[in-house]
Ligand binder design. Structure first.
Ligand SMILES: [Zn+2]
Length: 468
């Protein structure tokens, strides 16, 4: 019954939704990569090549959620750590060339959040061009030519398994996709029945909800199903009806991505942008940044890749060196540490560091952002402390420490951090002596309301980042 594939036969699928969810989960979790003709050999090969390296490959350790720059519309590509893919919406036009550029040649789960052209316009081309295993929508037929084209494409591919968006959890490799409850049919408009998904990979959590407006967001909060988020796709392209305060207070996103292009609706609206800023989220827009990929780590940290580099990273097959060099080339990386975010300056000053392996260094980074008095008159009242927790001395000559706005300091040649030692980097001017360094700014560098300190080695790879 789960294999019902024509949307006209939905009632049978609904009745067996729980069983379908189990089967879908098993199928996605258990199917060996090699059994899937369209992605087996290449990726297995790249893993084998990395087997002897000490660093894990992000293809195995990160979930990538990529917001494709499709103009005004949504097309969100999810790649599980093991390589399985889900595509949530497909923009207005043909996105197949874009998917191929991203190294995608098959979709495990295709989701239409709701049947508006800026979300399903490109779906028939995807279905007609590459293998799709599961297709999910909200079960509500539509009358437009775009929808009929999608239906015809599905009917021509009887091997695609139809899933209705009822509450269920689907495994996508080691990531999980939870489908949240929808408002009943005929009680609301199309936007407010957008299929809403929570994507989880370890502590990393994302929520995608199409063009949900106030009514649906209120319903979700009322159902108690909105978790604390690492990543929020701005509902309804950053419209001012795409957020509510109770929703944002429940979600507390660390990063918000707005999928938006030229439009006559005023998206994104200033009220939404202000609200996202007010909850302390980093906001990224596809109309400004181009493609935006959020790399989720199981510990809850995340990385950001933007623009042209996204295809580079996606096509790199997840090799760590590929990702690091691609990210760092434009100084465009943000590595977030969950737990530090939203905790404010006090937590940052409490020496809570966020460690990340880089060349074997074991360093702790802490930012003391709030100088006594007026920060801009007392730049040496704010500083960064770097501690070497390792047993070996660490040469840091040529390394750079930067804030989010790209104020950077380069450590001089020969600078060394002895085992157990700390160095302090002050924002203001002064003389450096090997344990104290000065960035030389006449005003504050570190934003008291949140910032990211990133330490890069001499090759430009991220050694450690601290976000607060
Ligand atoms: Zn839309």
């Amino acid at each position: 019954m789960c294999s019902s594939n024509v949307p006209g036969t939905r009632s049978a699928v609904t009745a067996t939704a729980a069983m379908c969810a189990v089967l879908a989960g098993l199928a996605m979790a258990a199917l060996p990569q090699a059994a899937r003709g369209w992605d087996g050999a290449g990726r297995a090969g790249s893993r084998a090549a990395l087997a002897n390296t000490p660093l894990p490959s992000p293809a195995d350790t990160t979930l990538a959620i990529t917001f494709l720059d499709v103009g005004q519309g949504d097309a969100v590509l999810i790649r599980a750590p093991e390589g399985q893919t889900a595509l949530v919406d497909a923009g207005r036009g043909d996105i197949v060339p874009l998917l191929r550029e991203m190294g995608v040649d098959g979709i495990d789960l295709l989701v239409a959040t709701h049947p508006h052209a800026d979300h399903i316009g490109g779906m028939a081309d995807v279905i007609g061009s590459m293998p799709v295993r599961f297709y999910m929508d909200n079960g509500q037929p539509h009358t437009t030519a775009t929808y009929r084209r999608l239906l015809a494409a599905l009917e021509a591919r009887p091997e695609i398994t139809y899933l209705e968006a009822v509450p269920r959890t689907i495994s996508l490799g080691s990531a999980e996709i939870e489908v949240l409850p929808l408002l009943p049919q005929a009680t609301t408009d199309t936007n407010n029945r957008s299929v809403t998904l929570v994507v989880r990979f370890g502590s990393f959590t994302a929520l995608l909800s199409g063009d949900s407006e106030v009514r649906q967001l209120t319903h979700l909060v009322g159902q108690g199903v909105v978790p604390a988020l690492t990543l929020l796709k701005a509902p309804h392209h950053g419209s001012d009806n795409g957020f509510t305060w109770p929703f944002l207070k429940a979600a507390r996103p660390e990063v918000v991505v707005i999928s938006v292009g030229r439009n006559g609706y005023g998206h994104p609206r200033p009220a939404a942008l202000r609200a996202y800023a007010e909850v302390g989220a980093t906001v990224l827009r596809t109309d400004v940044a181009g493609h935006v990929a959020i790399l989720g780590f199981a510990g809850g940290d995340f990385g950001v890749v933007r623009g042209e580099q996204v295809a580079l990273v996606m096509r790199a097959g997840g090799e760590r060196s590929g990702i690091e060099s691609a990210v760092v080339a434009e100084g465009d990386a943000v590595v977030g540490a969950r737990g530090a975010a939203g905790a404010g300056v006090a937590a940052a000053a409490a020496a809570g560091g966020a460690g990340a392996a880089g060349g074997g260094a074991d360093l702790r980074l802490s930012v003391y952002a709030d100088a006594p008095g007026n920060d801009n008159r007392n730049p040496n009242g704010e500083y960064v402390v770097i501690q070497n927790l390792g047993a070996a001395a660490q040469a840091i000559g040529g390394w750079r420490l930067c804030d989010l706005a790209n104020h950077c300091f380069s450590f001089p040649a020969g600078a060394v951090l002895a085992p157990g030692a700390t160095i302090t980097l002050y924002s203001g001017p002064g003389r450096s002596d090997g344990s104290r360094y000065h960035m030389g700014y006449r005003r504050a560098v570190w934003n008291n309301n949140g910032d990211t300190a990133t330490l890069y080695d001499a090759r430009g790879a991220v050694v450690v980042a601290y976000r607060y």
